[in-house]
Write a protein that binds this ligand. Structure first.
Ligand code: Z5A
Length: 210
């Protein structure tokens, strides 16, 4: 079973993914947790370029950005996700192809059909069984994300947080549009509520699917 978590920054993906992993492991399921970009040695190096590089010094061309995300994904699918699925483990992934459609497509304005084609190669055709879309207003998400960045150590991963509010609104609307098109796979969960309340709803969704 392949479960992905999606949403704008600060929507609570990472928090909820870890809580779901604990829930599934408690129920006796073997889980593998990964994140994008990253999850492999190559992927983590790419993550560093994508999220920490100073835009002011040399802006990353949107197509270059798309290919970097795709390169990280291809390595992650080949090395970790596909083998884990073959071993019948539950794979929980923090962001996947929907992020590319919303950030590089809706956010940056790249051609969405072209992105879908590239996604089909970088994933070797693997698609999530269920996607939890944590939805919240961009103001709420960004406030949480900045708080997380201020409390983190090392170089801040803040390249996207520094984007305009309009960019984040386009990304959020992109997610909602995707969910409308694929309601069976993409489950919208209201991310503005208490962490424990959200967790209960997600467990409910996943337990039913499993
Ligand atoms: N990206 C892309 O452009 N194209 C692609 O193809 C892919 C990605 C795959 C990856 O960052 C970036 O790459 C991302 C999109 C782009 N943009 N950015 N930035 P990431 O996924 O590593 O980082 P993020 O999305 O910004 O994660 P985040 O800010 O850590 O958000 P989160 O995982 O959704 O939230 P969290 O870490 O669980 O929670 C953030 C804080 O809020 C934390 O202090 C929590 O305790 C708190 N929190 C969580 N839930 C709640 C609730 N319910 N109430 C109150 N407080 C809460």
């Amino acid at each position: 079973m392949f479960i992905t978590f999606e949403g704008i920054e600060g929507c609570g993906k990472t928090t909820q993914l870890e809580m779901l992993r604990d829930h599934l492991e408690w129920k006796g399921r073997q889980c593998v947790v990964v994140r994008e970009p990253g999850g492999t040695e190559l992927g983590e190096r790419i993550r560093n370029i994508l999220l920490v590089m100073e835009d002011e010094a040399e802006g990353i061309e949107p197509w270059a950005e798309l290919f970097l995300y795709s390169a990280s994904r291809a390595q992650l699918v080949k090395n970790i996700i596909r083998p884990a699925l073959e071993e019948e483990k539950v794979v929980l992934c923090d962001r996947f192809t929907d992020s590319t459609i919303t950030y590089q497509g809706h956010g940056r304005g790249l051609d969405i059909d072209a992105i879908r084609t590239i996604n089909s190669y970088s994933t070797f055709g693997i698609t999530p069984d269920v996607t939890i879309l944590l939805d919240c207003p961009v103001e709420t998400g960004l406030k949480r994300a900045w708080l997380r960045i201020e409390n983190s150590e090392g170089s801040p991963e803040d390249r996207f947080e520094r984007e305009t509010l309009k960019f984040h609104v386009r990304v959020r609307n992109g997610y909602l549009e995707l969910a409308q098109k694929e309601p069976r796979r993409i489950r919208i969960v209201d991310g503005t509520r208490e962490i424990s309340v959200i967790h209960e709803e997600i467990c409910d969704i996943i337990d039913k699917v499993i």
